[in-house]
Design a binder for this molecule. Sequence first.
Ligand code: PMP
Ligand code: GLN
Length: 385
Amino acid sequence: MSVSSRLQPFGVTIFAEMTALAQAHDAINLGQGFPDWDGPDFVKQAAAESMRKGGSDQYPPMPGIPPLRQAIADRYSAKLGREIDPDTEVTVTCGCTEGLFASLVGLVDPGDEVVIINPYYDSYPVGVAMAGAVPRHVVLRPPDFRLDVDELAAAFSDRTKAILLNTPHNPSGRVFDRAEMEAVADLCIEHDVIAICDEVYEEITFGPEHIRLATLPGMEERTVTLSSVGKTYSLTGWKVGWAIAPHHLTAGVRAAHQYMTFTTPTPVQHGAVAALEAPETFYDELRESYRAKRDLLADGLTSVGFDVHIPDGTYFMLAGYSRFSGEDDRAFARRLVEQVGVAVIPPSVFYDDPADGHSLIRFAFCKQTPVLEAAVERLSRLSPN
Ligand code: PMP
Ligand code: GLN
């Protein structure tokens, strides 16, 4: 008995591996992207209140509780520039991750091709494999990590069914600009392709505007917009996400969701209603706080000798380490956690061909300021080559 051949190629997720190593070595964990603080009290109170007063302990409706679907529809009608119907166009999922899997399994047929931008969130190729589909990889390259339109066009064909697009982009920190997004839209329209847009970092940007593919001409009817409470509200453990899509695409998402998880836990859905009703100042403060952390870590890493790629969005930062080592990223990351006491992620695991990403490491800066300062202090003990 062993792991199915479909899943064997993927091994153990790097996030579990590096967090376990961080714990084993008592290292500062700048690897897995989760904040080292709790979510907002007003959100936690709403979830607690729903448990206290009762009525929250049994299955919620399959697509999500009505007040949460309404809150999502209200917030995203403004963002997507059209009236979202909470009954037919919104599905509450177990985090964005389930939204990705439900979209792939519910909308893509075995043998179809799915375009994946590398580096990717590591569940993308797994979702494509579970759908029985075939990945077509397009690589973003340093230093600017721009989408190469020719390479992108070469990945599309009459077999392409979908593209997985993540912006703001983990791990590069890119916020794709209008020209890049229009290139994606043009190809989707030309080849009649569904765009599955992972926008979990939508509120964490430091200047450039986050452009939503669904708002570009001709894209509304072919786009699934995914997000979750994880990053925006510092609630990665809650796993409440949502898929927003026109009725015909929502039908596919729900066809899978109803049998994958059926629902998302009721009390945290009530908490998410409160989260989505936060005032705009909440998001301004989130951005300001992350901007300060980004600048602190970028300055610290630069002064220590890393070649930092300053992110325009997300809470991740890629950095070159040629001053310290010629090892590949996995070996260097292992040495950092074991000898320096700082855990990071080796991003080569986010590429179809690991060689495309083996000279960088990824830092997460969703950590308290003293933790970031302590990490920089530890890294300053690294000796140059
Ligand atoms: N998409 C991206 C790009 C991510 O980085 C992550 C997690 N860090 C997710 C999706 C997962 O989101 P969730 O926890 O809501 O499933
Ligand atoms: N996507 C998060 C990151 O990039 C982690 C998600 C997970 O642990 N599965 O760090």
